[in-house]
Design a protein around this ligand. Sequence first.
Ligand SMILES: [Zn+2]
Length: 427
Amino acid sequence: MQSDGGDRWVTPQQTFVDLPFRDTGLSALYPRVALRWRDGSGFAYDREPYPLAGYYSEVEGVEEFLEIVGAQVGIVITQANVYENVKFSWSWRVNNRETRQGVNVDWGIEFLEKIIESGSPGLLRSLWHAVHSSPHSKAIATYQANRTARTYKIDSQLAQVLKERAWVLDRHGALRTPREMTNDDLPDDWAKPTDGSFVMKLDFGSNANVLRAREHIHTQQLRRLGLDDEDLAAVMEFKAAGGSAEDIFRMARERSADSRFPVGASDDPDRRAGTAARDALNAPHHATEVRERSVVVGQKQATDESKAYLRAHYTNESGDMFCQACQKPLPFRTKDGWYFEAVRFVAGRRQIHTANAIALCHLCAALYKHARATDDEQLSVTLMDRSQGTVVVPVVLDGKRVRIVFTEKHAIDIQVAMRVAGDDRKL
Ligand SMILES: [Zn+2]
């Protein structure tokens, strides 16, 4: 089949097989190149070799037949001249009398460089197939000047290239050297190498073993950080997708048990509620100032006491403090500790209570103060509704639904404070 759409009768040796017969990828190696008559009279014929014409697909056994009669049905390892091997020393020839009884064996693949450069998955799989199905002997080049001379054995030209170049496709589509690969990394339609395979002489998996060992140590470290299997799987997935070590450890830290949003469970919720109620009654009164009509925006900064209170409640055991709205660790530290804003949760109360504040990162604080659609009344009602444990209050900020999370202790304190101050909900 030619580039002008026509057919040309050729010998089997001038033919190669690719889809629809067999996915050899050879079309990538032998693109159709139209040759022209020297006299300029136009298209003559395509450059050899030719893909087998599609209508042969109706002929049973045509591939096997063509293979026998010399068509190219895949990539083949061929004999090479050991003199061209960079590891060959000319002194081996010079110092010995070379005879016809000598040995000159080396191995190569035609267009090997082109095949690797192509990056074509089909072609590389054909290359893999050729290498994988060949014996160890293809890794060795042998030279012996004559029957009695010393025998020199060096890496074959083919082995040298295949060891150094990244030509093995992994299941993520990346090209790697054989030594960086393992069976598990191979795509599903690539055969797993056997012990006797030439692939094993290309240091297949040797570096991967080292990498695996290192990974194992990392895994142990991550486990010690408190990651469970599910977390580890997520970290590994991220890593496989090309995540950097830095990101992985940041991610691991975020995922580790030590770095989770504080629970702040109360040992004795009833007792805590009693104490909180007394505190709420004793809380100082607002200096009554005339305020604008109840608007959602314009939350005032809470007091220093609130800040200390929040700092204590939203810092976990490993010292990270979290935003109640986005539940992310706070990004900045100042000399006073983590930078956060203590924002009054609901405004318009006559009594200031320490617990009536939430710890927010600067971004969430800005949204809560200036772009909140959920009003105080709704917030109070939702908060009072929630029972024991961590309390979540949904709030719409800048058109998005956000969950404000309260530790159990904070929730009890703020609920009690509101109940006690109950009737003063409106200023
Ligand atoms: Zn936040």
